[in-house]
Design a binder for this molecule. Structure first.
Ligand code: 1GP
Length: 229
C-alpha cells in the first residue's frame, strides 16, 4: 500500500466528464501523488470501471471516492468515503454508510477504506446542495476539525470549496488544530499561486475542474505544490 501521509497533490477526475487519452496520460504522468475518481452527479458503474481501466495503464495510485452505492467496484487502491460533517441530514454523515455496511460489510477490505470528514463551504456547489449542508461560521468549522481529530480520529479532514477558490485564512486556522488527521483542501484551484497558497496550510491539495478547463495550468499545480520542499 501507499503511504498517504506523504501525499501532497491529488488530481480529482469526474467520471461523468470526458477526457481524451492524451490529457489523461498527461494528468497520470504529471508527478501527482494520486488520482481520485469522484463526482456528485450521475456517476455510473460503467464510467467508474472505464476510467479505472484507463488510469491503470499508468503507475499512479488510484482512489475511488464513493458517491453512490451503485458505482462501487473492486480494483481501486483505496476507497475514500465522505462523511459530510456540516450536512443537516444524518443520511450524509452516517446513514448511507450504515446501510452499505449492512449490505456489503463482509466484502469490504477495511485497510483500503478511509473516511473523509468533509466540511463543504461553498453554498453554490452541487455537493453542498445535494447533501443539504448548513454554512458553519469560523468557530464551528474549527470545532468540526477538532471533532475529526480528537473525537472521531478521522484520517482526513477535507475543506471543500468545490468550484470556488476558498478562504486561505480558514484553511490556516484549521491546520492549527489538526495533528494526526490529514488536511485536504479542494476547490477552485486554477493556478500555481493558488496551489502554493493552500499548500502552506493543507497537507494535500486537490485539483479538479481546471483539468478540463486548462490542462496546462492544472499540470503546473503539481510542481507548485512540490517545489516548496
Ligand atoms: C472537488 O475539491 C475538489 O471535490 C476540487 O475542486 O473542482 O473546484 O478544483 P475543483
Amino acid at each position: 500500500m501507499y503511504d498517504i501521509n506523504q501525499w501532497e497533490h491529488v488530481f480529482k477526475l469526474d467520471p461523468n466528464k470526458e477526457i481524451n487519452d492524451k490529457d489523461l496520460e498527461d494528468i497520470c504522468e504529471s508527478g501527482t501523488d494520486a488520482i481520485m475518481v469522484g463526482g456528485t452527479d450521475g456517476v455510473t458503474l460503467d464510467q467508474v470501471l472505464s476510467l479505472l481501466a484507463r488510469i491503470r495503464r499508468f503507475t499512479v495510485p488510484v482512489i475511488l471516492e464513493i458517491s453512490n452505492m451503485e458505482s462501487v467496484t473492486p480494483g481501486y487502491d483505496y476507497y475514500f468515503v465522505p462523511t459530510v460533517l456540516n450536512s443537516a441530514d444524518k443520511e450524509w454523515t452516517m446513514g448511507m454508510h450504515h446501510k452499505a455496511v449492512q449490505q456489503y460489510g463482509a466484502m469490504i477490505d477495511w485497510d483500503e477504506m478511509m473516511l473523509e470528514g468533509y466540511c463543504i463551504l461553498n453554498p453554490e456547489s452541487k455537493a453542498y446542495q445535494r447533501t443539504n449542508c448548513d454554512m458553519p461560521n469560523e468557530e464551528e468549522i474549527i470545532a468540526y476539525a477538532e471533532m475529526a481529530e480528537h473525537m472521531f480520529k478521522l484520517p482526513i479532514f477535507y475543506v471543500e470549496y468545490s468550484g470556488m477558490y476558498g478562504d486561505a485564512k480558514i484553511v490556516e486556522q484549521v491546520s492549527h488544530v489538526l495533528k494526526h488527521t490529514l488536511l485536504f483542501y479542494g476547490g477552485g484551484i486554477a493556478s500555481e499561486e493558488q496551489a502554493r497558497e493552500m499548500k502552506q496550510y493543507a497537507d494535500v491539495v486537490v485539483v479538479g475542474n481546471v483539468i478540463y478547463e486548462n490542462k496546462k495550468a492544472a499540470l503546473k499545480t503539481v510542481r507548485a505544490v512540490k517545489e516548496r520542499e
